[in-house]
Design a protein around this ligand. Structure first.
Ligand SMILES: Nc1nc2c(ncn2[C@@H]2O[C@H](COP(=O)(O)OP(=O)(O)OP(=O)(O)O)[C@@H](O)[C@H]2O)c(=O)[nH]1
Ligand SMILES: [Mg+2]
Length: 443
């Protein structure tokens, strides 16, 4: 038993019970208007009782009969009014009647143990709950539906088939099973390596979806970094003044662009030798530029490029991905700086929408839209896939050297193990079934 809604007061609070005795225990907590209302998948009005048997809340009780419930067990959900004392009472009474408090995530753990969902689906439930953008939620929802497992399943099937082929060649060599030729093995191995590589590569975008990225806004004082920061955030967050050197420390704030969480960092304007505080601020600006996934280098189009501007541009070109932004395009422009840059006005908002788009296009790899489903967002999954890929490549190497198939098999099992760790184990029976199912052994 546990309260499944967040702590605190609210309109509703849900107490969830799971297990074979959940209905029996719930019976001690609630009284239906009419007896015999325990009908599965129907919401019923009831009264929640105190220890003396009088009503303390009017509640809605839903019974999900095993195995068609979230956990795969009998589940009872009691929707109470969201009063912490009422909810605590319900949980305590359930415990007094034989339930025990659920561990964190235990309902989902049981769903997994009872085979309702596989590991990627269970992990996606957590991602859905933790999503900070609607897009993240959508991707997690697809994964709860099984998008990751669906993408990995054919790969695993092919791998198990290949293992079965080699096992059969070794075990039944004296019989009428021919040993697979090296060409055939290679023809099956190559697509496997390609598919695993594609999955590993999909993480470049998946990581962005899951974790988002960071972006540092840098430039010399007064070019409008804080103004641009506020315009991108659509919030009056950082202090803006006409005094050069206004921002002295990092200011950061998270928002979403096209559903990807982005941590924007406004930095102190960079210029040569000033007071101690400013110098320390400038050091932080440099560090932010180096650490960020992307830097926006801001220059002022209404003034000619200064020595400071050039020094920062030079530094940015060495430090990693960056975009140059020409700000204050609403003002009469100075001599052409000879830069290709995104022209914007943080003051009027001109060009900001295009800049947002350019930011995502720079950070996210091409083809991300085709990957709208089935890409890898979990670091755990990608590490396992990398292991699998390395083992498959070793198998290819062994094949090239003409090593015996027993050796090849070791590598293939090494490649299967990490995939099993993602989607659930392959048993010896799976492999035997594949051998006996697809080969005509005739015995
Ligand atoms: N006309 C015009 N003025 C702008 C624009 N963007 C910023 N400003 C003005 O430029 C001045 C400096 O803006 P800030 O955003 O504080 O500049 P900053 O780069 O953060 O400056 P420091 O924090 O001192 O490094 C302010 O007076 C802003 O109003 C713009 O697009 N057009
Ligand atoms: Mg500033």
């Amino acid at each position: 038993v546990a309260v499944s809604t967040p702590p605190g007061r609210g309109g509703l609070g849900v107490v969830r019970l799971s297990g074979t005795r959940s209905r029996e225990i719930a019976d001690k907590l609630v009284r239906f208007k009419r007896p015999g209302e325990w009908r599965p998948w129907k919401a019923r009005i009831a009264e929640l009782l105190d220890d003396a048997g009088s009503a303390i809340d009017q509640v809605l009780v839903t019974y999900f009969a095993a195995p068609r419930s979230y956990t795969g067990e009998d589940v009872v959900e009691i929707s109470c009014h969201g009063s912490p004392v009422v909810l605590r009472h319900a949980v305590e009474r359930a415990c007094a009647s034989g339930a025990r408090p659920a561990e964190p995530g235990e309902f989902t753990l049981r769903a997994f143990l009872n085979g309702r969902i596989d590991l990627p689906q269970a992990e996606a439930v957590r991602d859905l709950i933790e999503a900070t953008t609607l897009y993240q939620a959508k991707i997690a929802a697809q994964q709860i539906e099984g998008s990751v497992s669906r993408r990995i399943a054919p790969l695993k099937r092919e791998l198990v088939d290949l293992i079965a082929l080699l096992e059969a060649g070794i075990d039944f060599a004296e019989d009428d099973v021919s040993v697979a030729s090296d060409e055939e093995i290679r023809a099956r191995l190559e697509p496997l390596i390609e598919e695993v590589s594609r999955l590993v590569e999909s993480f470049a975008y998946g990581r962005l979806v899951h974790e988002g990225f960071s972006l540092a806004i840098v430039g010399r004082p007064n070019v409008g970094k804080s103004s641009l920061f506020n315009a991108l955030l659509q919030q009056d967050r950082a202090i803006v003044t006409e005094i050069a050197g206004t921002t002295r420390d990092l200011v950061s704030e998270t928002t979403a662009i096209e559903g990807l969480p982005v941590r924007f960092m406004d930095t102190a304007g960079i210029r040569e030798g000033q007071d101690v505080v400013e110098r320390l601020g400038i050091e932080r600006s440099y560090r932010a530029m180096a650490d960020a996934d992307l830097a926006l280098v801001v220059v002022d189009l209404s003034e000619e490029l200064t020595q400071d501007d050039r020094a920062i541009l030079e530094r940015a070109s060495k430090s990693g991905p960056h975009l140059i932004v020409g700000n204050k395009r609403d003002l009469p422009r100075a001599a052409d700086p000879g830069l290709s840059c995104f022209e914007v006005s943080a003051l009027t908002g001109e060009g900001i929408a295009l800049l947002r788009q350019a930011i995502v296009e720079t950070v996210a790899p091409a083809g991300r839209l085709e990957q709208d489903s089935g890409f890898i967002t979990s670091i755990r999954h990608v590490q396992l896939l990398q292991e699998s890929k390395a083992a498959l490549e070793r198998a290819r190497g062994a094949l090239g050297q003409g090593l015996p198939h027993e050796m090849l098999l070791l590598d293939l099992y090494e490649a299967l193990r990490p995939i099993d760790a993602i989607t659930g184990a392959t048993t010896a029976d799976d492999i035997l079934n594949r051998i006996f199912g697809s080969f005509c052994i005739g015995k």
